[in-house]
Design a protein. Structure first.
Length: 96
């Protein structure tokens, strides 16, 4: 979510489309928590239907380098992570 908002302001549905597989409820909980933590702002425009936009705060922007670093690390180590998962799953499937 932080990386997505680092690119600029987004509406709720744009965020939902950008985060594959996230439910409306989970996205709502996530943006509420991020807003509560001071990482994003929520702006409601008096239109019909109401238009809501989310944007990073200064604090949220300060987090983007760390989050991007973690995402880059995950991508770089994806083969090792996948191999570890397969090994773990194979052990879990073995009878005790």
């Amino acid at each position: 979510m932080v990386v997505q908002l680092a690119a600029g302001t987004h509406r709720f549905r744009e965020l939902q489309r950008a985060v594959d597989g996230i439910s409306q409820r989970m996205l709502t909980l996530t943006v509420r928590r991020l807003e509560r933590d001071g990482l994003i702002t929520r702006t409601v425009y008096p239109t019909v239907p109401p238009q809501v936009e989310y944007a990073l705060t200064g604090l949220g922007h300060s987090l983007t380098l760390l989050v991007r670093g973690l995402a880059d690390w995950s991508l770089a180590h994806c083969p090792e992570i996948e191999a570890a998962r397969q090994e773990w799953d194979a052990k879990a499937d073995m009878p005790s």
